[in-house]
Structures are given as structure tokens and as C-alpha cells.
Ligand binder design. Structure first.
Ligand SMILES: [Ca+2]
Length: 424
């Protein structure tokens, strides 16, 4: 809705301080440095080490010299591109996939998030504020469970993340004056899932046309986590007393857990620009994806109380620039190749849904420096990826959000097998 109007090229010489709606379409006219548009992921060796810039710069140079030029946007059904390598390693990305996707929902409007209640998939639509129940026997006919009252959709704001715990549904949405989190009782009625009256558990989160964050997920500790964007106020990300530019951790009733890193604060980590993906591995390590501005999108390992640098640093810190105050991403990508929203973990792989990049990216948990891609360009923009109740992977496309090029049945939910391949 009206998002294209903000997709303006930045005049030469303008410092990168403007709010940019980063997850825009690859059809965007926004210029990017041609020599750097087709780069491999950049890597940080640990979340607490900050001196990787020279290595990253060397890797970029190696790629430029090896003729790794842009070929974006990827053609539909792209089959392969030669894995590129730097310094003889295998950090190249491979394209192609062997698994046939299965459509389980079609004709969704700007869908944003998937959550499961007793095996039933619930899907949020950002602009309509509807929550839909998906019946994979009837892909064209998702059932409307409810329209969430009080949603004020505009730009990137609207009904965003959903999460289910027990018999409660949690929803993060943009209201008239703020972003807020509500809790709804859930039950299974004669026609399907039913929602009871909501209770607002957190409100007063700054809203804006962009950078609303919005992902909700329960951690292995039973706490509810929420990603919150900077809402266009960059400096707020460094203000610990502000909820903006943070990842929040709360009890299911919205109160502050006694063991949060800062007393009487929901802030679990800060210095974020617009994080939209959350996942935990079996060891309890917490991961988050984050939209950068013009330079680097990030994959971070989240530590309690951690400062992730925005707006002082975007991506991996320059040598010595931060005095070691900021936690670097473990991997970073150019925004036009990535723009990562939802993430999930399946079979020891981290899966990342990418909007502008239009790929499902995989990162092996055994080596966070690696990455491969699957389904390049095949489904368009991807907003969310979820590991379903039976281990299958659910992909949520996002071509109707005002920045995509929707196909006839878009947007869609697709099933792919957990063992989908990124190999040719
Ligand atoms: Ca960062």
C-alpha cells in the first residue's frame, strides 16, 4: 500500500541516514554498487569478535576480480550457477532444488506469519488484519478465523507476527498509535479454530511506516520474544530504555522476567535496525535475521544484553571502530540478494526466507560461515519459513505486499520436504 512512493534513489552524496524501506522489490530503481551486487555471504567468526572487516573486504575484492557480476533478478526456475569460491573454500552459493513444492494455500493478501494450533496452520494477513485457517485439502479456500480489531495497516505496518503457546494465540500488530502485542484464548469449535476476546499484554511500542519489526516466537525457555524495529528513529536503537530497535523477552502475560538482562526492562538485546526472524537450535542458541539499510543484512546470534551496533555499525564492524562494544553478525549479505524476514531451523540447517533476494537461503549450524540458496526466483518474495508439525517446511510468499510481481494465485503457502536440496 503506497510503498513504491518511498522507494526513491538516494541522491549522490546524501549520507545514508534516511529511512529506507529496505525490503523493496528487486525491480526497484534504487541503484547499488554494480561491482558488489553479486557477492558471497560475508562472515564473522564469532559473535563477540569484531575485527573481521579486512577479511570481508578481501573476500569482496576476490569476488570482484573473479568476475562475479550481477545477474539479478534471477530468472524463474533458475537451475544453476557455478559455485563461486574465495581462497579455495566453499563459501559459494549453489542454486537449484530437487523438491517439488506443494501448494497448500493460494490467493492470500500480503500474508506475514504462520503459527500452528494443534496441527492447524493459522496465517496473518498484514493489511486485511485477517487471521486465516489453512486447510491443505482446499488450498484456494482458507477459512477466515477472525479480523483482528484495532489494526491500523499502513506501509510495513499491520497485522504481523503470530505465535501460539498452549491455548493462547499471540499477535503483534500496528494499531492507531503504536505497535502492540495481544493475547487471544484459542479453542477448536465446530467450524474450526475460534478466538476469544483479546488482552493487550504490551503496548506503546513505537510505530512507523517502516521498521516495525513484528516477529513473535517462544524460546525454549518458555518466554515470548518479539522483534522490534527502530521505527525510523535510528538513535532509539541505542537507547536501552526504548523498546525500539530491540528484541524483547517477556512472560506470556507480558511482564518482565526476573532474569532479563536489564532490570524491569523487556529489552533482551538492542542496537537492531529491523529484525524480523527468530529461531533457536537444540542447544538453545538464539538466532535473529535483520534488515540492514544500504549495505549489509545480518544474521546474528543473540546474547542477553547484547548491543548489535545499529546505527553506529551496519554489518561487521570496521576494525577498531566500535572499541569492541558491538556484537558482529555471524554472516551478512547485500540487501538485494537477501532482505531476510522469517527464519527457521530444520535438520541442522538454518533456513532464511528472503524478500528482495527471492531465495530460500540455508546456513548449516555446523558452520555459520557457509550459505547456499534454493528455489531462486521460483516463488518470488519470501516472507516466512516455518518447520511444520510433521517436519515439513512451510514457505510463505509475499508478492502482493505492494513490492512484488504477483502471479495469478499469489500469495501462496507452499510445502517443501525437510530434505530439500540446494544442489543442482
Ligand atoms: Ca548489527
Amino acid at each position: 500500500m503506497g510503498e513504491q512512493s518511498r522507494r526513491l534513489p538516494r541522491p549522490k552524496g546524501t549520507p545514508p541516514m534516511s529511512i529506507r524501506d529496505h525490503d523493496s522489490s528487486p525491480l526497484s530503481s534504487r541503484p547499488s554498487p554494480p561491482a558488489l551486487r553479486r557477492t558471497n555471504p560475508q562472515v564473522g567468526t564469532s559473535p563477540t569478535t569484531t575485527h573481521h572487516r579486512s577479511r570481508a573486504a578481501g573476500l569482496i575484492l576476490a569476488l570482484v576480480l573473479s568476475g562475479c557480476s550481477s545477474d539479478r533478478p534471477p530468472a524463474p526456475s533458475a537451475t544453476s550457477s557455478s559455485p563461486t569460491s574465495a581462497a579455495g573454500d566453499t563459501t559459494g552459493e549453489e542454486r537449484g532444488s530437487t523438491a517439488d513444492p506443494e501448494e497448500v494455500a493460494t490467493n492470500l493478501q500480503a500474508p506475514w506469519s504462520i503459527a500452528f494450533y494443534k496441527g492447524t496452520a493459522l496465517v496473518s494477513e498484514r493489511d486485511s488484519a485477517r487471521i486465516l485457517e489453512v486447510d491443505d485439502e482446499r488450498p484456494a479456500q482458507p477459512r477466515e478465523v477472525t479480523t483482528v480489531a484495532g489494526v491500523s495497516a499502513s506501509g510495513e505496518g499491520g497485522l504481523l507476527g503470530l505465535s501460539v503457546r498452549g491455548d493462547s494465540l499471540f499477535a503483534y500488530f500496528t494499531a492507531e498509535s503504536d505497535n502492540r502485542i495481544q493475547r487471544f484464548p484459542l479453542r477448536t469449535g465446530s467450524d474450526g479454530v475460534e478466538l476469544g476476546s483479546p488482552e493487550t499484554i504490551v503496548d506503546g511500542i513505537a510505530k512507523a511506516g517502516f521498521h516495525n519489526g513484528g516477529r513473535l516466537a517462544f524460546g525454549p525457555d518458555g518466554m515470548l520474544y518479539a522483534t522490534v524495529g527502530d521505527a525510523g528513529n535510528q538513535d532509539s536503537a541505542q537507547e536501552r530504555e526504548s523498546l525500539s530497535g530491540s528484541i524483547l523477552r517477556m512472560k506470556p502475560d507480558g511482564t518482565v522476567p526476573e532474569d532479563n538482562p536489564f532490570p524491569d526492562s523487556l529489552v533482551f538485546s538492542y542496537g537492531h535496525r529491523n529484525p524480523q526472524g527468530l529461531a533457536w537450535d537444540d542447544d538453545g542458541t538464539m538466532y535473529a535475521s535483520e534488515f540492514g539499510q544500504d549495505t549489509w543484512d545480518e544474521l546474528n546470534i543473540i546474547e542477553p544484553g547484547g548491543n548489535y551496533g545499529w546505527p553506529e555499525v551496519e554489518g561487521i564492524s570496521e576494525d577498531g571502530a566500535d572499541g569492541g562494544d558491538f556484537i558482529d553478525p555471524v554472516q551478512q549479505w547485500r540487501p538485494d540478494e537477501a532482505s531476510p524476514s522469517g527464519i527457521a531451523i530444520s535438520d541442522d540447517r538454518l533456513l532464511i526466507a528472503n524478500l528482495r533476494g527471492q531465495v530460500l537461503r540455508t546456513v548449516p549450524l555446523s558452520d555459520l560461515a557457509e550459505a547456499e540458496v534454493a528455489y531462486a526466483g521460483e516463488f518470488g518474495r519470501l516472507r516466512d519459513v516455518v518447520s511444520g508439525p510433521e517436519g515439513e517446511i512451510w514457505l510463505l510468499t509475499n508478492n502482493t505486499d505492494g513490492r512484488g510481481d504477483p502471479a495469478a494465485d499469489d500469495d501462496r503457502i507452499l510445502h517443501i520436504p525437510a530434505d530439500f536440496s540446494t544442489d543442482d
